[in-house]
Design a protein around this ligand. Structure first.
Ligand code: MN
Length: 193
């Protein structure tokens, strides 16, 4: 078993009232654990790939020459593991504002508030399950886009900077169908900008 759940750097109730403890617990111990388990299961069939860094596997995902179902399993569960690991860290209450990033965001999107609005609109508009990302491309340029399912920005050679899970499992217990309310509350737990 190669991959394990990364330790959560705060308690389940640390993000209350914005993200409730029950959602955090289920999201982390059930949903994320399932991505980890299924990623390990597919990599057991491909020991050579298991030797590689997961980030590198995602970057060259298109070129993998393994059965299509296994390839999709790496895309879905490898992406799920990376996305969630990044997401937990981003919401760590111990995180401090990143002034350099804030300045870059102001330069790219005119203001942090304008950026949050663009990002929130993109996240709200995503049809079905997926993630909204602020990414950096190979030249360092910042971009906002959403991706379906657990697709990783790494597959396009982009580095995630801020990522929001908009699968219903991330918010349904507290916010039900009110995704916009979840998104608005989520900004209160992202302290880096
Ligand atoms: Mn999730």
């Amino acid at each position: 078993m190669k991959y394990t759940l990364p330790p959560l750097p705060y308690s389940y109730d640390a993000l209350e009232p914005h993200i409730d403890a029950r959602t955090m617990e289920i999201h982390y111990t059930k949903h994320h654990q399932t991505y980890v388990d299924k990623l390990n299961a597919v990599l057991e069939k491909h020991p050579a790939l298991a030797e590689e860094k997961l980030e590198d596997l995602m970057k060259k995902w298109n070129e993998l020459t393994i059965p299509e179902a296994d390839k999709m399993a790496i895309r879905n569960h490898g992406g799920g593991h990376l996305n969630h690991s990044f997401f937990w860290n981003l919401m760590d209450p111990k995180k401090e504002i990143d002034l350099k990033l804030s300045k870059e965001i102001q330069a790219s999107f005119s203001s942090v508030d304008e950026f949050k609005k663009l990002f929130s609109d993109k996240a709200a508009a995503l049809f079905g399950s997926g993630w909204c990302h602020l990414v950096r491309d190979a030249s360092g340029k910042l971009m906002i886009y959403s991706l379906p399912n657990q697709d990783s920005p790494l597959m396009s050679g982009h580095t995630p900077v801020i990522s929001l899970d908009v699968w219903e499992h991330a918010y349904y217990l507290k916010y039900q169908n009110k995704r916009a309310d979840y998104i608005e509350a989520w900004w209160k737990v992202v302290k880096i900008i």
